[in-house]
Design a protein around this ligand. Structure first.
Ligand code: AMP
Length: 173
């Protein structure tokens, strides 16, 4: 599946969730079996090339891709969740995002020491979410070998927050 074909299916929703935000809606990709499978394959191929041992996926749309990749590669899945959702002992990081601020959490026992982790989310905007996730993975003992997104909003320069990491997205706006 061509990344361009997936790109064409992503819908712009103006002023969501707040005035001035142009939301990139990936649900048209998810609801089409070929497009969804194609998107998973792009990310799966990248993860494999990075020598991934475990995926850390970001609440909530990162779970959709992360879970599918883990099934394909027969590796474990670690959810990085919004504050208050994980039941066991957690590490937490608070950060700014394009619209507001948030706190993310990870289970303290998520990784074996030095385990090779690829972080997965649907979209890179300002980079705050992924940067906080990278800190959480490292605090929990994982090694961040890459950070993969389906989509990157390049004009927001999110990569500036992720310097030193291998950052990849097959689709850019
Ligand atoms: P950021 O921390 O700014 O990189 O925000 C990334 C997170 O917010 C991702 O989980 C995205 O799903 C979501 N997000 C931020 N901005 C947008 C946008 N314009 N369109 C779609 N999702 C967005």
């Amino acid at each position: 599946m061509n990344a361009e074909t997936i790109r064409d299916a992503i819908r712009d929703v103006p002023d969501f969730p707040k005035p001035g935000i142009l939301f990139k809606d990936i649900t048209p990709v998810l609801q089409n079996a070929e497009l969804f499978r194609g998107a998973v394959t792009l990310l799966e191929t990248f993860c494999k090339e990075c020598g991934v041992e475990k995926i850390a996926a970001i609440d909530a749309r990162g779970f959709l891709f992360g879970g599918a990749i883990c099934d394909r590669l027969n590796i474990g899945f670690v959810p990085v969740r919004k504050q208050g959702k994980l039941p066991y002992k957690t590490f937490e990081e608070t950060y700014d995002l394009e619209y507001g601020s948030a706190t993310l959490a990870i289970h303290q026992d998520a990784f074996a020491p030095g385990e090779k982790v690829v972080i997965i989310d649907d979209l890179l905007a300002t980079g705050g979410t992924a940067a906080a996730t990278a800190k959480l993975v490292e605090r929990a003992g994982g090694e961040v070998v890459a950070i993969g997104f389906l989509v990157e909003l390049a004009f927001l320069n999110g990569r500036d927050q992720l310097q030193g990491y291998n950052v990849w997205a097959p689709i850019a706006f």
